[in-house]
Design a protein around this ligand. Structure first.
Ligand code: ADP
Ligand code: ZN
Length: 604
């Protein structure tokens, strides 16, 4: 199929006029019958990579998805665009299931969404050859790997699928994959010479901010109230906190609900559904509220507590701005939280697990305290270099932190570690170093004779907490090393040693301070439009969605409504040009939305 005809199919069916990065390449490979591995960030448009080829091909595309709760919405979305799709799962009645089977054997569908355990049922998998399957797409493919954070044992069964479908090309899709997970996916799915397409994990429409955590519930309430139209997620560490924060938000007039694994499944499902349908504005959740969040218009993700690791934090923030419109990611941070997290880790029993958790926590703390570009730090964690700094979308780039000449402080701090090492054969921790520098008279200092060192009491010009900050920055800069043991000790690195000898000037960063300003800047992805018209269009969309019992974004995503409110088309021809308006939706909803725009213009 030519590029031009693929593009016109994209516009006709989904209403988009351009492909997102790598979509076109992935689709071309799939149509050529190749196995493909697609690593695109959340919101990168993975679904389209198998949906569009499914339309072009004869026969059926089987989409394997772990999320039963989501299948209906995905299929509703396809049907709204006029694509014959269906799903099979345990929520269907026997009658309905029979009906769908019949449709499948008659070749009435282009796509079938199904969970792996259902697909692998002997009665089903044996009859697959009768269904004219032409493509298998494994969504959330990282679920197959024990090394990933969402391992699902039922995904393992997929390793047995290939022989049942000889010659059928596979597509594996995921937004997470460390090297190890990637290898697992390729091996277990037996991908054949699959080309691996990796898009940048940068999310240009997201802003990252760290805020000093003071009175967190009040801070969050105030912050959310200043965004009265927006939906978002507040991630909390414990079940209890999710409930307390939701209560606090409700008392402040924000429609919020808690979500955690301890709640009744029916309650959880209702919360998720009402969130999808814009009836609940905020979900206060533990990390149990995860992959299933396919709501495209999540406008903010707040981390109420310090996440355990950067990978989880990145995935969670990634749930904002799936639709490409701006999303804000806020992390409330205090060093007390870091200490609490460390205490949790000490309760673990497996020493290897403890070591890994400590290391991950340390990286997370470094990220939170650092004065460097957040985007660059995140991407660096995933092995990607981001060099367009200032990025325009993080606190450190937008309001650079105050810097100061730290040459003297670093010299005192590093030489104190050096002297301590010389004096004792054992290592000491950050707190002890600081006690020596500030000349504290602790029992240990006396017992070990550290009050005899030349560096004892040389740093009284800074408070202990200032030294903490200085010390942690020197660790981040790599001048000293902190072990990930239970009693972590400090040591000079070779860089630290070299610096002590050369004593080049050194700049340090002042820690985060709270300021009243709630800066909001225009970020990439924003579509400037008349907000009042946008609100009216949303009301209309809500009515249409409720009539059909589907989430509003299935009618049109926010992006489409914002474009409509900006361009204000006067005819159906102009309406058809709006992104997200395909043929089917133009027919079904064009007149209603056009009338709303026209009437709004007449009233002005
Ligand atoms: P992912 O599964 O990678 O997180 P989705 O497939 O859910 O992403 O797509 C995210 C959003 O992007 C959806 O609202 C989808 O309609 C939209 N989208 C996908 N491809 C395009 C495109 N080429 N142009 C504009 N929007 C797109
Ligand atoms: Zn930045």
């Amino acid at each position: 199929m030519s590029r031009a005809s693929l593009s016109s199919l994209l516009k006709k069916t989904f209403g988009y006029s351009t492909f997102r990065p790598l979509q076109e390449e992935i689709i071309a490979d799939a149509l050529a019958g190749e196995d493909v591995f697609a690593l695109l960030p959340t919101g990168g448009g993975k679904s389209l990579c198998f949906q569009l080829p499914a339309l072009v091909r004869e026969g059926l595309t089987v989409v394997i998805s772990p999320l039963i709760a989501l299948m209906k919405d995905q299929v509703d979305g396809l049907q709204a665009s006029g694509v014959p799709a269906t799903f099979l799962n345990s929520t269907l009645s026997v009658e309905e299931t029979k009906l769908r089977y019949r449709g499948l054997y008659r070749g009435e569908y282009k796509l079938l969404y199904i969970a792996p355990e259902r697909l692998m049922l002997p009665g089903f998998v044996d009859r697959l050859p009768e269904l004219n399957v032409q493509q298998v797409a494994v969504d959330e493919a990282h679920c197959i790997s024990e090394w990933g954070h969402d391992f699902r044992p039922e995904y393992r069964q997929l390793a047995e699928l290939r022989p049942h479908l000889p010659g059928v090309p596979y597509m594996a899709l995921t937004a997470t994959a460390t090297m190890r997970v990637r290898e697992d996916i390729v091996n277990l799915l037996q991908l054949k010479e699959a080309r691996c397409y990796t898009a940048s994990f940068n999310r240009p429409n997201l802003t990252y901010r760290i805020i000093p955590k003071e009175k967190p519930s009040e801070q969050v309430l105030k912050w959310i109230k200043s965004r009265p139209e927006e939906c978002g997620i507040v991630y909390c560490q414990s079940r209890k906190t999710t409930e307390a924060v939701a209560e606090k938000l409700r008392s402040g007039g924000v429609a919020a609900m808690p979500y955690h694994a301890g709640l009744d499944p029916a309650v959880r499902e209702r919360t998720q559904n009402e969130f999808l349908r814009d009836k609940i504005r905020v979900v206060c959740a533990t990390v149990a509220f995860g992959m299933g969040v396919h709501k495209p218009n999540v406008r903010f993700v707040v981390h109420f507590d310090l996440p355990k690791n950067i990978e989880g934090y990145y995935q969670e923030t990634g749930r904002a701005g799936r639709d490409g419109l701006p999303g804000e990611c806020i992390l409330l941070f205090s060093s007390a939280d870091a200490i609490k997290q460390r205490a949790f880790i000490e309760e673990k029993t497996d020493p290897e697990e403890q070591r890994i958790s400590r290391e991950q926590l340390q990286q997370m703390i470094h990220y939170a305290e650092s004065g460097d570009c957040r985007r660059a730090s995140l991407l660096d964690y995933f092995g990607e270099t981001f060099s367009t700094i200032p990025c325009g979308g993080c606190d450190n780039c937008l309001e650079p932190r105050e810097r100061f000449d730290g040459t003297m402080a670093a010299q005192k701090f590093l030489s104190c570690i050096f002297r301590l090492r010389q004096a004792s054969r054992f290592g000491v921790g950050l707190n002890h170093v600081i006690e020596v520098i500030t000349g504290a008279a602790t029992e240990k200092i006396k017992r070990w004779g550290h009050d005899q060192l030349s560096t004892y009491g040389i740093g009284k010009e800074h408070s202990r907490s200032e030294w903490q900050e200085i010390g942690r920055e020197l660790i981040r800069m790599g001048y000293c090393l902190q072990t990930a043991e239970r009693m972590s000790t400090l040591d000079l690195s070779s860089e630290g040693m070299a610096w002590l000898k050369a004593r080049q000037p050194l700049t340090l960063t002042r820690p985060l301070r709270t300021h009243g300003r709630a800066l909001r800047q225009r970020i990439e992805g924003d579509i400037v439009c008349d907000e009042r018209l946008f609100a009216e269009l949303r009301t209309l969309r809500r009515t249409l969605a409720d009539e059909r019992n589907v989430p509003p974004y299935i009618i049109f995503p926010d992006v489409t409504l914002r474009h409509l409110a900006a361009r204000q088309p006067a005819s159906l021809e102009e309406f058809a040009e709006i992104p997200g308006v395909g043929e089917r939706k133009l027919n079904d909803f064009g007149a209603a939305f056009l009338a709303a725009v026209v009437s709004w213009k007449a009233r002005r």
